[in-house]
Structure formats: C-alpha cells, structure tokens
Design a protein around this ligand. Sequence first.
Ligand code: ADP
Ligand code: MG
Ligand code: MG
Length: 254
Amino acid sequence: LPILEVQDLHVSIDGQEILRGVNLIVRAGEVHAIMGPNGSGKSTLANTLAGRPEYTVTSGKAIYKGLDLLKMEPEARAREGMFLAFQYPVELPGVRAWQFLKAAMDAKRVHAGEEEMGAREFDQLLRSKVEEVEIDPELVRRSVNEGFSGGEKKRNEVLQMTLLEPTLALLDETDSGLDIDALRIVSDGVNRLRRPDNAAVLVTHYQRILNYITPDQVHVLVDGRIAMSGGPELAEQLEARGYEWVREETGAVV
Ligand code: ADP
Ligand code: MG
Ligand code: MG
C-alpha cells in the first residue's frame, strides 16, 4: 500500500480549474520532487493535500495510508502523521515556539492512545533536537515566527518536522529566498528523516535544493497536470534546458 496515492485530482479556486487531473503515487521510503514553472499548480497541490479550505476538489481521489484524505480535517491529517511546511509560515503572537511544538506532539500522541509528554521528558527531547537542527535555543522561547528571519523560520519548521517524525512530509519551498545555510538546514532535516517507513514530497521551482536532496522521483507539473516524470537526472535536465523544453517534448502548455 503506497503512503499516498493521488488519482485524477481536479481542483478549482474561485471556480477556476487549477489542477486538471493529477496522478501521483508515493511509496514508503521515497522522496518525490514536484517541479514546474510558476503558476503551474504546485502550491495548489500541496495546499489541497494539506486540506486548506479555499481549494475545491471537483473530482478525483487522494488516499493516504489507506484513508480517504479528502474527507479528513487538516488536524486529522496532521495527527495521522502528515507534516506540512509552507512557503509562508504563520506568525503566532503570544504562543511560544516550544509550546506550539509540545501541543503538536501531544495531539499526535493522544491520538495514538499515548499520554501527553511530561514537561521534563519533552524538555530533554527538545534540547537534543535543537542541537540536531543547529537552532538557537533562545528561538524556541520566542513567539512562533514573530520577528524570525527567513532562515530562523526555516530552522523552526525543520525543528518541528524533526520532532514530529512525520510519515509524510510535504514541503513547499520557494528556495529562491533561502541562503545556502538555510538550504542546508532544510536538506539535512529531510535527509536525516529518510527512513524505509516514511516519505517526503518536496515542491520546488528551482533545481538548486535537489543538489542536497536526491529525490527518487521528479515530476514536472505543467498547467495543472504532471507532464513528465523521471529520476533525479530529470531535475538536472530541467536546470540545463528550462521548462520550455518540457513543452517542446510533451506538447503541454507551459
Ligand atoms: P505554483 O505554486 O506552481 O507557482 P499555484 O498553485 O500557486 O502555482 O498557482 C496556480 C494558479 O492558481 C495560478 O494561476 C494562480 O494565480 C492561481 N491561484 C493560486 N492561488 C490562488 C488563490 N488563492 N486565488 C485565486 N487564484 C489562485
Ligand atoms: Mg481528468
Ligand atoms: Mg508555489
């Protein structure tokens, strides 16, 4: 059973069809990269899988761990081990980063029939993960993302992902705004998490981050459909030849 299977997914925003039949199978142990030109629907795919309400699924299916994903609330998706990291992280004034992290962990544990983590146990775990992610320990005492630099937001996001050990990590990266350090933090985080029983889908416009994360499969989303799929070499071809080449090869409208 794949971790995620998307079947002929059609999604509209404000009555306009953006995804026009996306098919995708992500198996345990795999990292997939979704690439494509701006406006091709990459974020729409990520946001739909995350359950954001402004995206209307008009037809198709998404099966996550055998569950009907599209019927699940965003919180239920998270409790079932989906992790969603976004281009524009929200700021939560008054909620300290560590509190947010503990609440996320506890929700998942309670759902799994376990008890909430004790303060001391959590503190120890957080300390070790803070070291692993190379994040400033002061950062977790501040309000979530409030006044964080771009790099700090990324580190905080990777810290959250590292703590939660998701079954499916979904990352929507602009990576244009990422400096080389932040890029390394994100890549290290994804690579450290790689296990035979989990998977990641990395959404990215640029090939650059794929110098640090070697995906098992690369998909090119063009005009709301996956126009081409291949191995890591496809990302290199895209880097060398641009998205226009995909149009020439497939007849898809870029
Ligand atoms: P990508 O991430 O590949 O750049 P998006 O999924 O963000 O593409 O956008 C796909 C298309 O959907 C674009 O034409 C964009 O203008 C449109 N779109 C995205 N979000 C919204 C929204 N909230 N309201 C209206 N149109 C949107
Ligand atoms: Mg169709
Ligand atoms: Mg996008």
